[in-house]
Design a protein. Structure first.
Length: 192
């Protein structure tokens, strides 16, 4: 059975943002299709930021990060959603990814490899919401931070295929938001 893990990356622990509605719609679509879904709300978990290479390589992993790693291990598909902040993912999401994808989790502990294969076979959908129109981010800013996330985190750790959805102007008006919610339901049902 396909199992999906939704990584809710909105840094505000209070729910009610459009990112939360999008993730809920994705979950609804997946569950209607008979897929198993887990959600990990990053902002509601406590973990420190890594501050040295020694911490990154250390086997001691905080409980919240162990929980996320266990959910990733049983998932076939990951969906990460976050708002674009200052042209990139929020610092909380970056700190979370640094904690989760440590060498001890993604491979044999050697981060000098070109690519790891332990997590191979898991697909990823990245959903990024933003205030600017999505084409401006994609074409003018060249989606630099998104490309870096795809290549330097997910693909480096063996995950793929990696797909993305860019939602500009925070979803637009009510009709546009409704269309985005329906699109998320459809993507969830397909585990894409």
């Amino acid at each position: 059975m396909t199992r999906i893990l939704i990584l809710q990356g909105h840094p505000d622990p209070a729910e009610g943002h459009f990112d939360h509605a999008l993730a809920d719609a994705y979950r609804e679509g997946a569950e209607r299709a008979g897929l198993a879904v887990d959600t990990f709300p990053i902002a509601q978990r406590d973990f420190p930021l890594l501050r040295s290479q020694a911490e990154f390589l250390d086997e001691t992993v905080p409980p919240a990060i162990l929980e996320a790693q266990e959910l990733i291990e049983v998932a076939n598909h990951l969906m990460l959603i976050y708002p674009l902040w200052m042209g990139d993912m929020p610092a909380l999401v970056k700190g979370f990814l640094e904690q989760v994808f440590r060498p001890s989790f993604v491979g044999d502990g050697d981060m000098n490899q070109l690519r790891h294969t332990r997590l191979k076979g898991r697909s990823v959908r990245i959903v990024v919401t933003m205030g600017m129109p999505a084409p401006i981010y994609r074409w003018f800013y060249r989606a630099h931070s998104l490309k870096s996330l795809e290549r330097n985190v997910f693909r480096f750790c063996g995950l793929g295929p990696v797909r993305h959805t860019l939602i500009g102007q925070s979803g637009g008006d009510d009709a546009s938001r409704t269309r985005w919610l329906e699109k998320m339901r459809a993507l969830g049902a397909e585990a894409k």
